[in-house]
Ligand binder design. Structure first.
Ligand code: NAD
Ligand code: SER
Length: 317
């Protein structure tokens, strides 16, 4: 039986990953941790620890206390926040990962590290971006993701730490709100459609990016961590993707369910520049070949499920 620590567990991914891991490995074996304290009703079934990932002692204590053998390291600043606070982003994203890897090395833990489409930049081939290609990102977020991918590879080769990772596209979910990313519009738009029948989008109508519904993102992380190591040629930073659309196309899909829904565009130059520096679409054939990655949700299924679940959550009827 695995014993798992999740850092940044109260964020958009962690809120659902912890639940999925607890269903699979039993609640007591999955320790949620964050620098925020959980609301009373969040994750009542399993342990929670305050762990700042930049504080090695706190990581070490949690790993030893619960005899952790796997760390899902989610704590991070996302792209838009990282551009606002690049020094904090460097400290949390790189300092946190370095300490997680050191604690993993000393305690013989496996590590999951989520990278991003943000690890690519304007000189990367933008269409069907290959698994192995140019990575010269122009954001602090991207710099920390590329460096993080390399550091995870280094800890595997140099110290034998079982590091594995994914390059996620934008993630769409209804359980926890997104945490300050460039792709947050693709979540906000659903809340606005249900509440106001109107959304003001901060990216332009034709900005094409890869996206993924959270159940697929959770499945990808757990499947990769359980994949046969003998088949993994890449280990870290697998491109994974599920759907591909522009704000205009997502709005049209939502309009099939809410015909009166309208979108206006007030482009935020900072987030638009970040999005424009990222690929339009990823080639995820390495993940499909090496550990049988296969998403379940397309745009239609994701939109239907998001609206159904958000209506219940918001009690909007
Ligand atoms: P999020 O912003 O929703 O959550 C991050 C969590 O980390 C927050 O709960 C925050 O309180 C916590 N945190 C911040 N600083 C911390 C610190 N010093 N120590 C411990 N915890 C700290 O992020 P998310 O969307 O859940 O993303 C998790 C990971 O996945 C990140 O590495 C992110 O870059 C990556 N990722 C996310 C997406 C996406 O669309 N959500 C896409 C690609 C990659
Ligand atoms: N969704 C993330 C962001 O926009 C991508 O890594 O920051």
């Amino acid at each position: 039986m695995k014993r798992i620590l999740v850092t940044g567990a109260l964020g958009q991914i962690g809120a659902e990953l912890v639940t999925a891991l607890r269903e699979r490995y039993e609640a007591d074996n999955v320790v949620a941790s964050d620098i925020r304290m959980p609301a009373r009703a969040v994750d009542p079934d399993g342990p929670f620890e305050y762990v700042d990932c930049t504080e090695r002692r706190q990581l070490d204590e949690a790993v030893r206390k619960y005899q952790v053998d796997s760390i899902y390291h989610l704590a991070s600043l996302l792209s838009a926040t990282a551009e606002e606070k690049p020094h904090v982003a460097w400290n949390v994203n790189m300092g946190g990962l370095y300490r997680v890897l050191e604690v993993a090395r000393e305690n013989r833990c496996a590590v999951f590290f989520p990278s991003s489409i943000g690890a690519f930049g304007p000189s990367t081939p933008p269409h069907k971006t290959p698994q192995d290609t140019l990575q010269r990102p122009t954001t602090m977020y991207g710099v920390t993701k590329v460096a993080g991918e390399l550091l995870c590879d280094y800890y595997y080769r140099r110290f034998g730490v079982d590091t594995r990772g994914l390059r996620y596209p934008g993630l769409i979910s209804y359980v926890a709100p997104p945490g300050g990313g460039t792709t947050d519009y693709a979540v906000e738009i659903f809340y606005a459609a249900i509440r106001n029948r109107r959304y003001i989008c901060f990216l332009g109508p034709h900005t094409c990016l890869d996206m993924m519904y959270m159940p697929d993102a959770i499945k990808a992380a757990i499947d990769l961590m359980n994949a046969d190591p003998a088949r993994l040629r890449h280990r870290n930073a697998f491109n994974v993707t599920a759907v591909n659309f522009t704000p205009e196309q997502l709005a049209a899909e939502i309009r099939k369910h809410i015909p009166e829904f309208t979108v206006e565009y007030e482009v935020d130059p900072v987030r638009q520049a970040i999005a424009d520096s990222w690929p339009n679409s990823l080639d995820d054939s390495a993940a499909r070949d090496e550990w049988d990655w296969q998403p379940e949700y397309d745009l239609e299924a994701m939109t239907r499920d998001m609206l159904e679940n958000l209506r219940v959550k918001l009690k909007a009827g």
